[in-house]
Write a protein that binds this ligand. Sequence first.
Ligand SMILES: NC(=O)c1ccc[n+]([C@@H]2O[C@H](COP(=O)([O-])OP(=O)(O)OC[C@H]3O[C@@H](n4cnc5c(N)ncnc54)[C@H](O)[C@@H]3O)[C@@H](O)[C@H]2O)c1
Length: 318
Amino acid sequence: MRIVVTGGAGFIGSHVVEVLIAAGHEVWVVDNLTAGRLDQVAPAARCLVGDVLHPDEWGGEVPGVDVVIHLAAQVSVSYGEAHPGEDGATNLLATIAMLQWAKKKGAQEFRFASSAAVYGVPAALPLDETSALAPLSFYGKHKEAAEWAVRHYGRTHGMVGVALRLANVYGPRQRNEGEGAVVAAFATRLAHRQPAIIHGDGGQSRDFVFVGDVANAFAARLGALPAEGLTANIGTGRSTTIEALWRTMARLVGDDPAAVRYGPPRAGDIRDSVLSPERAKTALGFVPKTAIEAGLRETLAYFRREFGRSAARPPSPE
Ligand SMILES: NC(=O)c1ccc[n+]([C@@H]2O[C@H](COP(=O)([O-])OP(=O)(O)OC[C@H]3O[C@@H](n4cnc5c(N)ncnc54)[C@H](O)[C@@H]3O)[C@@H](O)[C@H]2O)c1
């Protein structure tokens, strides 16, 4: 298949591209490189530097398309609060522009990266796709509206619309920015041998899902889903507290888990979040197969390489 991956030079996108290339697809990456890096895109992919808000500026170079996987986004919740119009342009209007472009190019399927942020404060855990949507941010509300656009446009224009609601994704190539990037933040601190900072008491919990598993979900059953499309969580169904996350990461590199400072809780942070992956398991054959310790090991090794930290020290006997 010929597949366009927007945001394909970014953290999750670059992994999606690798999985698609390995499966034998022809992959085109579109990225404006505000956060993405061309050097992390698999060499077999064709790359276009362009803005998803204006597909007509670059879209002529792409021949007919089978599937669009739309990951390009403004990904910072706090930036979205400070610049809601820009967040709306990148996260909602550009999704609509890409839907129209996908249809024009003959795409049969459109897959969109949504977020657990569409749920807001959970009434019960784990969250499943029937849980109430009550986003707490412009980012979450624009993702919710973009999801609706994907479903609506898909239904009315005969294109399979898929929205995958991602939990906290972590792994190699994640940038150390943004609210969800706590693993990258801890890994950076450990690579520089600085104490970590935990916002709040560390008892808050999240569903951490490894980027390789997320990439497999985006690449699963392409062109084989029912016409009505799919909205599904991509998480592990397991929660990990921030405190436990830090302790595991510190132990894996042999650092002192006590080397941590506690800061004030972040305004607007929810206490606990965990997503049920059952629907994605059935519909996509999704398996969150990477245990958190294995995923963290891989992530820490990446950050060590990135920051040129010398050889790993043996883990402490904790
Ligand atoms: N990382 C997570 O935990 C997480 C959780 C939920 C949802 N998501 C969603 O997954 C997707 C990928 O996120 P990520 O974590 O890989 O972030 P990322 O910042 O690494 O990737 C986004 C990519 O989009 C590109 N981009 C941004 N604006 C663009 C524009 N106007 N035109 C073209 N390209 C543009 C950036 O250069 C970057 O390469 C996003 O839609 C994000 O909202 C991520």
